[in-house]
Ligand binder design. Structure first.
Ligand code: NIG
Ligand code: FE
Length: 383
């Protein structure tokens, strides 16, 4: 098995507990994994060496929440929002109509374009949800297509009740937990529900998550995005690995998150793009809650694919330090996906990393909007 040494790393943020941040470092890759990491002068010989010229290296970002299976866009809705129209979940139906009308090839091409956009910004793992098909066939094809680009696929048939079921939401929940789940489970690792006023309530969410669990899908939840509600407590009660948005939290919600170890995934691009109050990350971190940040890339509430932007927003608007924000986008995202093989650069991790055109990871927040990711490596290969 041949080995590759990445040398000349000016600053290496390993996010491995025993290693921390190293200076003048090297990293040796074997079979797609980190085989050695440490100071350059101690690096073992390798078959090939690649000099990174003093740049900073961080673990590849783990984007644990995105909705990339869609067609069309909602730029007009965004423009209206910026001149005063509030965000509502109802806009999802516009994208549902466009997505149903698209061919498999169009959906796959849009997905590939967005995943490529993410790669160029340092994302090496992305979770992808369905949720803009909302028929058995449209949800199943979305997940089958997504499966070609990631193992982290999520069945979100319970995104909103589609128009044809508007007068009988209970029948739609029966469809989601019955034939739709049956068709989608083979292509998905996760099941998710948008638990919010205007989407699905607590009982419906519990029913759908339990049905998914019976088919082997692990649960995650959209909760407490637009207002206070039962979603975060439900996620904790069910022992979910992550609950996402968490913009409006009571003290009881924060205690439940701490006690159960459920990761709160914050999505600051959504608050930016809907001009809404940001979640208070500081409150969560000070309480000892595990925090992740992710893009939530979707055509409605947040059409950014950029984790560096989310890091900058988390630092500027949510009370996180640059180190905490980077951790939330790497180890935090990995934890939110139940993964220990990604999100850090300790020995044994998958060699997923972003090389920055900067001397330090601090520049991710310090230089917002600047394309700092010079190279992205996935499993030890330049992507
Ligand atoms: O995570 N909250 C529900 N789903 C998406 C929004 C989807 C849309 O507006 O199209 C979200 O913000
Ligand atoms: Fe979302």
């Amino acid at each position: 098995m041949s080995t590759l040494a990445l040398t000349g790393i000016g600053e290496l943020s390993t996010h491995a507990p025993e290693l921390g941040v190293l200076h003048d470092a090297a990293l040796v890759v074997e079979a797609g994994r980190v085989a050695w990491v440490g100071p350059s002068r101690q690096a073992p010989a390798a078959d090939t060496a690649y000099d990174l010229g003093g740049r900073a290296v961080v673990p590849g970002f783990v984007d644990s929440h995105s909705h990339l299976m869609f067609a069309g866009d909602r730029a007009e809705e965004f423009a209206a929002r910026m001149t005063g129209t509030p965000y509502s979940a109802g806009g999802i139906r516009t994208t549902v109509a466009a997505t149903r009308a698209a061919s498999d090839e169009q959906l796959a091409a849009n997905l590939a374009r967005l995943v490529d956009e993410m790669r160029r910004q340092g994302t090496t793992t992305v979770e992808v949800k369905s949720g803009y098909g909302l028929t058995v066939a449209d949800e199943a094809r979305a997940l089958a297509i997504a499966r070609h680009v990631t193992d982290e696929t999520t069945f979100l048939g319970a995104h909103v009740v589609p128009p044809e079921h508007a007068d009988d939401p209970a029948a739609y929940v029966d469809l989601v937990t019955g034939p739709m789940l049956e068709a989608c489970a083979p292509h998905a690792r996760w099941v998710d529900v948008f638990c919010e006023r205007g989407a699905f309530d607590e009982d419906q969410a519990r029913t759908i998550l339990q049905a998914g669990a019976a088919k082997g899908l692990r649960g995650r939840l959209h909760a407490n995005q637009l207002g206070h509600g039962p979603g975060v407590r439900l996620a904790c009660e069910l022992g979910l690995v992550a609950v996402d948005h968490c913009t409006y939290l009571s003290d009881e919600d924060v205690s439940a998150l701490r006690e159960t170890g459920t990761t709160a995934t914050l999505l600051p691009g959504v608050e930016f793009s809907t001009r809404s109050p940001y979640p208070d990350a500081r409150r969560l971190l000070d309480a000892g809650v595990h925090v992740a940040i992710a893009s939530d890339c979707n055509p409605g509430s947040c059409y950014t694919s950029s984790i560096p932007l989310c890091i900058a927003l988390a630092v500027r608007e949510m009370g996180m330090s640059p180190a905490e924000a980077l951790a939330a986008a790497t180890t935090g995202g990995a934890r939110a996906l139940g993964r220990s093989d990604i999100g850090h650069l300790g020995v044994g991790a998958r060699a997923d990393l972003a090389v920055l055109d900067a001397p330090s990871y601090l520049h991710l927040a310090y230089r917002p909007g600047v394309p700092l990711v010079a190279q992205t490596w996935v499993a030890g290969r330049r992507a």
